[in-house]
Design a binder for this molecule. Structure first.
Ligand SMILES: [Zn+2]
Length: 88
């Protein structure tokens, strides 16, 4: 059994000042610098150009935090064990 904590807060992923399209995760992942944020459907990374993406969720592949892009920027809604995520 894993004892890893999967704590998260809704504001763990925030837009960069002056650039709402650039996000920064509390773990340090930053759009354009780190791996960025992947499109997620359930526990699977998807390519929205090739398949449905109704969840509109984004994954931070560094820490498993999952967010939706709300009117005021990203909102973290859950956090996954990366071992459980299927990447493209
Ligand atoms: Zn992260």
């Amino acid at each position: 059994m894993s004892a890893r904590s999967l704590d998260f807060q809704p504001d763990d992923i925030t837009p960069s000042e002056g650039d709402p399209d650039t996000w920064k995760c509390r773990c340090g992942n930053l759009t354009g610098i780190g791996p960025g944020f992947f499109h997620l459907e359930g526990t699977r990374e998807v390519d929205p150009a090739r398949e449905p993406w109704p969840s509109e969720e984004y994954l931070c592949p560094e820490c498993g935090r999952v967010c939706k892009n709300g009117e005021n920027g990203p909102v973290v809604v859950r956090r996954l064990h990366m071992d459980d995520v299927i990447l493209l």
